[in-house]
Design a protein around this ligand. Structure first.
Ligand code: FAD
Ligand code: NAI
Length: 475
């Protein structure tokens, strides 16, 4: 007889493993199936985020930032560091170790919460009495059943038609995190989040980086003023970003890759590079899930169709994270996982899509929550804007990084905060205050009246709130 569970979670990324833990906390018998393998063939839960996404990319960003500081910023502090070298193999090994610590941490958490972990591929075998049978194909094959199934199978990198990833010269995010030596010339297609983060890593380490972007605008989803400020900083660093290009033939040869493209002026350009990273978005992943066996509905992009509560077209089957609509972010996947587990338990799980923060971990960092100025204009909302430059912040001066600003947008009538946009040092941490403020529907005046520690970067958020009412104190 097959093993029976109350809840089976397919996928052990941030959506899946968090859903499994929350369901177990709520008293259910839970199984979590994940197929990711580490180099030794063992389990490596954590999904894209832990293995080839959030965590390893931030590890490389940190290493490369140290290198950049040693080369370009130590001197102004009176520190001389001559002949600074980067051991790429050691940097990659450190990154791998950071990933392993996270894999092990997740295995420990699953065990601690009494979640049964299966290492292998889960697929629908069909309906079972009052629920579903899921086949698990790992080292051995077995079938398990559950009344409730949560699908959290994530996403995969989108390839350019005709240019498959070989992970040697033509790289997805996976290969981009494993490059063994600094490429002299690196080309990237797509100046979205991965393009900018990965481009920054290798530029800091000495690559000549060119990013080709199809759209005529830079970071179209970001507040225009913030995107402009970020672009200025990237240009100054030597990150070459070409907008409005049309990528043509790509030749993956023995010595490297040649990208033929038409630039914004309509001129034909040939770009030779040692490596090419393609970062043009991601596609929802349902490979091997055998959705046909149960009639699970997918949309034209291949995403699992869900309602606002993450319910699919099948009773007792839910889907969360990258495999469904909405932003492809780890914290969004986690929030959905928790909410679904709570709904299964009869509680009122809740995800507020209006307060999901975004962060791009470049230097300067870019972070935002809520609506941009261009969105408010398009929505016909009357708003007030206030901004404060890090140039006027004492802590930023002491840190030696005064790039950027905090910008706050508030309703013209009620003063409710509608969006906060930051480009500059530690934007990833500063944005948390804005998320809390928006979640509690704070006004700009609320933030302006709160005591912020001095000297801290967070004083810039307070000053931006004061600026909404045209009364900054330090600018
Ligand atoms: P995933 O993390 O993709 O996990 C899905 C898991 O399911 C995988 O382990 C997969 O092997 C497994 N699986 C799939 N099918 C089956 C099956 N049939 N049986 C068993 N197992 C299966 N987001 C952020 O919020 N912050 C960041 O800084 C960030 N950085 C990123 C950097 C890069 C380079 C990339 C590529 C992504 C980054 N993301 C970041 C996005 C983030 O990784 C995803 O949004 C997040 O991982 C989605 O979580 P998930 O649980 O939906 O899916
Ligand atoms: P993206 O959607 O962020 O950016 C893709 C870019 O490629 C866009 O600017 C798009 O206009 C461009 N593009 C698409 N097709 C093109 C073509 N044929 N030629 C030229 N340009 C083209 O996708 P990306 O960078 O691949 O990242 C995928 C997702 O992973 C992100 O959207 C995000 O959800 C997640 N992620 C999050 C991170 C974070 O939170 N810090 C870091 C990295 C990834």
């Amino acid at each position: 007889m097959s093993k029976q569970f109350d809840v089976v979670v397919i996928g052990g990324g941030p959506g899946g493993y968090i859903a499994a833990i929350r369901a177990a906390q709520l008293g259910f018998q839970v199984a979590c199936i994940d197929e990711w393998k580490n180099a030794a063939g063992g389990p490596a839960p954590g999904g894209t985020c832990t293995n080839v996404g959030c965590i390893p990319s931030k590890a490389l960003l940190q290493s490369s930032e140290h290198f950049d500081h040693a080369n370009h910023h130590f001197a102004e502090h009176g520190i001389s560091a001559k002949d600074v070298k980067m051991d790429v193999a050691k940097m990659i090994a450190r990154k791998d170790n950071v990933v392993k610590q996270n894999n092990d941490g997740i295995l420990y958490l699953l065990k601690k919460n009494k979640v049964t972990f299966f290492h292998g591929r889960g697929s629908f075998a069909g309906q079972a009495e009052g629920g579903y049978t899921i086949n698990v194909a790992g080292k051995t094959e077995e079938a398990i059943t559950a009344k409730q199934v949560i699908i959290a199978t994530g996403s995969n990198a989108r390839a350019l038609p005709g240019t498959p990833f070989d992970e040697v010269n033509v790289l997805s995010n996976d290969g981009a995190l494993r490059v063994g030596t600094v490429p002299k010339k690196l080309a990237l297609i797509g100046s979205g989040v991965i393009g900018l983060e990965m481009g920054s890593v290798w530029r800091r380490l000495g690559s000549e980086v060119t990013i080709l972007e199809g759209l005529p605008t830079f970071l179209g989803a970001v507040d225009e003023q913030i995107a402009k400020e970020a672009k200025k900083a990237f240009d100054k660093q030597g990150l070459k970003i070409e907008l409005g290009v049309k990528v043509g033939e790509i030749v993956n040869g023995k010595k490297g890759v040649t990208v033929n493209y038409t630039n914004a002026k309509g001129e034909a350009v040939v770009l030779d590079a040692d490596k090419l990273i393609i970062s043009i978005g991601r596609v929802p992943n349902t490979i091997g899930l055998n959705t046909e066996a149960v009639g699970l509905q997918l949309d034209e992009r291949g995403a699992i169709v869900v309602d606002a509560d993450c319910k699919t077209n099948l009773p007792g089957v839910w889907a969360v994270g990258d495999v469904v609509r909405g932003p492809m972010l780890a914290h969004k996947a986690e929030e959905e996982g928790v909410a679904v587990a709570e709904r299964i338990a009869g509680q009122h799980g809740h995800v507020n899509f209006n307060t999901i923060p975004w962060v791009i971990y470049t230097s300067p960092e870019i972070a935002w929550v809520g609506r941009t100025e261009q969105q408010l204009k398009a929505d016909g909302v009357a708003y007030k804007a206030g901004s404060f430059p890090f140039l006027a912040n004492g802590r930023a001066r002491a840190l030696g990084d005064t790039t950027g600003m905090v910008k706050m947008l508030a309703d013209a009538t009620t003063d409710e905060i509608l969006g906060v946009h930051i480009v500059g040092p530690m934007a990833s941490e500063l944005i948390a205050e804005a998320v809390v403020a928006m979640e509690f529907r704070a006004s700009a005046e609320d933030i302006a009246r709160i005591c912020h520690a001095h000297p801290s970067l967070s004083e810039s958020t307070k000053e931006a709130a004061l600026a909404v009412d045209k009364r900054t104190l330090n600018f």
